[in-house]
Design a protein around this ligand. Sequence first.
Ligand SMILES: [Fe+2]
Length: 209
Amino acid sequence: MTDTHRRRFLIGLAASGPLLLPAPLLRAAGHFVLTPPQSAGPFYPDELPLDRDNDLTVVNDGEQAKGVICNVYGRILDRSGSPVPRARVEIWQCDANGRYHHQGDPNNAIQDPNFQGFGTTTTDANGRYRFRTIKPVPYPGRTPHIHFMVKGEAFEDLTTQLYIAGHPQNSKDTLYRNVGSPELRQLVEADFVAPAPALQSWRQNGTLW
Ligand SMILES: [Fe+2]
């Protein structure tokens, strides 16, 4: 197995705003700092939805899911900073009622049938990915988060989670605290801010990037 196969990957995570990785964190000992891995948790879909595209806010041609609609986007880079094309990016999260689309979820909240719960996409030539989903909400025992899994032919899978920067429940969340230093935590956080003007124009033009 070559070194390439052992690489994990840095994910640039952003939500309705510019890429948020702070520059001082990007390099350590000549390499980019890798996105910290996190547990997949117990609710990776037990049955993948038939509609599993990168828009989680609609199932087929149904009504819009409950929740605050947001764009989650970023880039997959290797540790040298080069973009990784054709990487498969999966996300999954609970719906606006705090309920996963998983038979093992003990939460008795009503499931939102219009939320896809899981989506996947493939990075473009510049390593970019994008999802349309809902702003994550808390559920019993966890601060809001979106689960990520990144897969490719030339590297190990990376499983991690994206958090809302500054959310008051973060400091009580064991998995969030386990990320380690405050500097590393910033690599798995996004502000979920209002869209930047440039993104608004892309959206109006119907262009993904
Ligand atoms: Fe979770």
